[in-house]
Design a protein around this ligand. Structure first.
Ligand code: VY7
Length: 195
């Protein structure tokens, strides 16, 4: 297994000396200890569905407003497919960062980095991981806080999912009241913090 100083994948491989260095992330990365805060924000249903056919599976304007409010002024880090799914690019008022392994990929109004590590390292404000599935999966081990919009919707033919959040690893610190969208859809805002 490959280990990275920035992203130690195996806590046992971190030597005692290592945590004297300044790690952008580490296993000591929980919000209750030293280390860099990294947030994820996601809208998903109870099965973890986040997308279908390159788009969000629902129309939920209250979530988009919530997303905008929380991320405004912060760098947003996204995968190439999420970037291409945005109806309006870049997201205004935020530093837009796209992660792509393709060195020829260019995104007008955004910065492109080849890895999440490099993207996060370039941030001087707390960044938000905004999707999609591949980026969430890769970044989740280093996330300290997740802002979830739990959407009460059944989705047929979903093809993008948020990874599981085992309760051994995540404390649910906020569970908002269930609300009803002007579209009739039920949803609530939930916050989870890395233990
Ligand atoms: C969705 C949009 C989709 C359709 C129409 C407008 C949570 C979301 C994401 C990522 C929603 C989207 C938009 C909404 C944001 C506007 C610009 C227009 C802005 C996420 N909870 N919800 N997401 N936009 N990671 N987490 O990509 O975007 O912020 O300026």
């Amino acid at each position: 297994m490959e280990t990275s100083i920035l992203f130690p994948s195996d806590p046992d491989k971190i030597s005692e000396k290592d945590h004297l260095q300044l790690h952008p992330f580490s296993i000591y990365n929980s919000s209750t200890s030293r280390g860099r805060e990294l947030r994820a924000i996601v809208a998903m249903n109870r099965e973890g569905v986040i997308g279908k056919d390159g788009d969000l599976p629902w129309h939920l304007p209250e979530d988009l407003r919530h997303f905008k409010e929380l991320t405004m002024g912060h760098p947003v880090i996204m995968g190439r497919k999420t970037w291409e799914s945005l109806p309006k690019r870049p997201l205004p008022g935020r530093r837009n960062i796209v992660v792509s392994r393709n060195p020829d990929f260019h995104a007008e109004g955004a910065e492109v980095f080849p890895s999440i590590e490099e993207a996060v390292e370039a941030c001087r404000e707390v960044p938000f991981i905004i999707g999609g599935e591949q980026i969430y999966r890769a970044a989740l081990p280093f996330c300290t806080r997740i802002f979830i919009t739990e959407v009460d919707a059944e989705v047929e033919g979903a093809d993008a999912f948020f990874p599981p959040l085992p309760s051994q690893d995540w404390d649910e610190t906020e569970r908002g009241e269930e609300m009803v969208s002007k579209t009739g859809m039920r949803y609530r805002f939930v916050t989870k913090i890395k233990k």
